[in-house]
Design a protein around this ligand. Structure first.
Ligand code: GLC
Length: 599
């Protein structure tokens, strides 16, 4: 990757580019000088550590998990007990007052938000985590800043160095041209992509919420400033940057302003800078777009972009299989070859802080005889809990009364049936819900990639309906699954008779086994196997092990000849229980929602 060449390709050959490129070189040079010796030592070990089977993540909001960074220190033992080796702190940099989209409206990249603590405290926590073998990931919101960001303030003060860092127009004609091809991200709570500010007399691009102003990467100053911030934070010891909303970074009239080829140039430049300054640092890209677009964000072996990407496909396919008791869509979709590079790794998860959008491979659905639109409506209503017989309790997100389109919100446990079962005090349904929770985790933890848990899910936390009492966030149902960590409930994890005990112990056990077995390394691919039974999902990891998972509440037989062609001996062992698994006339019986990790 020729950084200079790419920079000039993007910004043109002129005096301004010369000047800005010189500045960028200074930023890089300074960051190298400032990198501490221990971090350089860490760098010398390279950046392939993320391929290890030991990688297990947990994402959390500091205030909801432990009040603040100081409180967090006391909770490190809890994470270590579960086996977590990377912590993703949800946005913790200074963000605007009032609604800030859960911290995704940053007002100062170089300060930790007061409500969590200080930058010094963050550095201290990062060091404590390193000592325990736990990596730190932070959100890096680089598509937009809060409208109160210091760069906006400097511009308003008349500091010309800050001109053109955002998209601002005196009249609506340019915004109208952009709007022609842009989609709306929050059509309900934040429709359109521009906002008019009478005090400034300007139309500003606000792709997400009105208070989130889009950065203009066509101005090299924006790239330089963002790189400066990135390197400064990397030098605080951060190991993983979650690059937020990357598909939107480059905007051009006449395009959808999504997945623009120039986004890839920006990411390649950033990756190569990180390789130069702090090569142990990795990028986790957030691009919730079609699978063939997601894989592009891994870059190519010669020109890399992100090391790790969210596996949104697996997530929706897991919920789909649970709702339909039919794994064929999952099996066929995952079998598709999207050309993920050998060191490109997925983050596998069931829930995160965002809503679930039902993006399936339409042609596969159609081949299975489903009408894609009708099926989407089924998923929306099933996960909300409206569909007759549904076990899930959730809410709609961004419901559109005209098209009936919607996404869904809800916690892992509530969507697996635990909320409904507990409400009905129905012990059989409670058992079933726990089984579903563990079943999904059994795939998330064994499938190729890095498992990521969302804090609270490891003890089966239910939906938090109290967000509706807070006017600032009541319109955003994503807060349904962003409840406070219930430490009293977590304390019950040692009691095997409790819901918490069963879920926590089950997940911890899977993590422990994963970490002790090199078959779970991320460079060992997973391949789905058609087991001839629509309810049972199976995949093998390069012929070394086979995972079987029954997505129905009924017993299911599978034909062992279907997967044993790679020669597992007659008697197999379930890694999870250590018990031998025998076949009867070459068939294996799986109990309701049972899963096996066979070797
Ligand atoms: C990402 C975040 C989401 C946020 C958006 C805007 O998609 O995951 O929570 O609303 O970016 O920053």
């Amino acid at each position: 990757m020729d950084l200079k060449q790419s920079y000039y390709d993007l910004y043109g050959k002129n005096e301004i580019t010369d000047f800005r490129f010189g500045q960028l070189m200074d930023i890089i040079g300074n960051a190298k000088k400032e990198r501490r010796a221990e971090l350089k030592k860490q760098d010398s070990r390279g950046n392939d550590w993320y391929l290890s089977e030991k990688m297990v993540g947990m994402m959390l909001y500091i205030d909801r998990f432990s009040k603040d960074l100081r409180g967090f220190e006391e909770k490190i033992d809890y994470l270590a007990e579960l086996g977590v080796t990377y912590v993703h702190f949800m946005p913790l940099l200074k963000s605007r007052e009032g609604n800030n989209d859960g911290g995704y409206a940053v007002s100062d990249y170089l300060e930790v938000d007061d409500k969590f603590g200080t930058m010094k405290e963050l550095e201290h926590v990062v060091n404590l985590l390193k000592k325990r073998g736990i990596h730190t990931c932070i959100d890096f919101v680089l598509n937009h800043t809060a409208k109160e960001h210091i760069w906006v303030e400097e511009y308003k003060k008349g500091n010309h160095d800050y001109d053109n860092m955002y998209f601002m127009y005196d009249n609506p004609s340019v915004p109208e041209q952009y709007e022609k091809n842009m989609t709306e991200i929050f059509p309900g709570v934040a429709p359109k992509n521009f906002t008019y500010y009478p005090d400034m007399g300007k139309y500003v691009m606000t792709r997400f919420y009105e208070f989130q102003w889009d950065l203009n990467y066509a101005n090299p100053q924006v790239f330089n400033k963002i790189v400066e911030v990135l390197l400064t934070l990397a030098n605080k010891g951060i190991d993983i940057f979650r690059l937020d909303a990357i598909p939107y970074m480059w905007k051009e009239i006449g395009t959808s302003c999504m997945n623009h080829p120039k986004v890839h140039t920006l990411l390649r430049m950033m990756y190569s800078i990180v390789q130069d300054v702090c090569p142990s640092v990795i990028f986790l890209g957030e691009a919730i777009v079609e699978p063939h677009e997601i894989v592009k964000y891994f870059g190519t072996p010669e020109e890399k972009e992100c090391n790790v990407m969210y596996n949104a496909s697996l997530m929706v396919l897991l919920w789909n299989s649970l709702a339909t008791r039919d794994v064929r869509l999952m099996e066929r979709s995952l079998a598709r070859d999207y050309g993920v590079p050998s060191d490109g790794v997925w983050i596998n998860y069931g829930r995160c802080h965002d809503d679930i959008g039902w993006g399936f491979e339409k042609d596969i659905l159609q081949n299975l005889g489903f009408d894609p639109e009708a099926h989407k409506q089924f998923m929306i209503s099933f996960m909300e809990g409206r569909y007759p017989g549904s076990f899930s309790v959730g809410e709609l997100y961004e419901f559109n009364p005209v098209t009936l389109d919607a996404r869904n919100s809800g916690t892992f446990a509530s969507m697996c049936g635990l909320e409904q079962a507990l409400k009905e005090k129905h012990s059989y349904k409670i058992e079933q819900a726990i089984k579903r929770i563990l079943l999904l985790n059994s795939i998330i933890i064994s499938y190729t990639g890095i498992p990521l848990l969302y804090s609270g899910d490891e003890i089966g936390q239910l939906n938090d309906w109290t967000y509706k009492n807070d006017r600032k966030i009541a319109g955003d149902s994503r807060w349904l699954h962003r409840g406070k960590m219930d430490w009293d409930a977590a304390a019950k994890r040692y009691d095997s008779g409790t819901v918490q005990g069963k879920i926590f112990t089950g997940i911890r056990k899977m993590i422990e086994i994963r970490k002790g077995c090199s078959y779970f390394r991320s460079d060992l691919k997973s391949e789905p196997v058609d087991l001839g039974n629509n309810a049972v999902f199976g995949f093998h990891r390069e012929n070394k092990m086979m995972v079987l998972a029954n997505f129905s509440e009924h017993e299911q037989w599978v034909d062992a000849n279907r997967f044993n062609w790679f020669g597992l001996p007659g008697e197999m062992t379930d890694l999870l229980t250590g018990r031998p698994v025998r076949s009867y006339n070459n068939a294996i019986l799986l109990g309701p929602y049972e899963y096996l990790w066979l070797v």
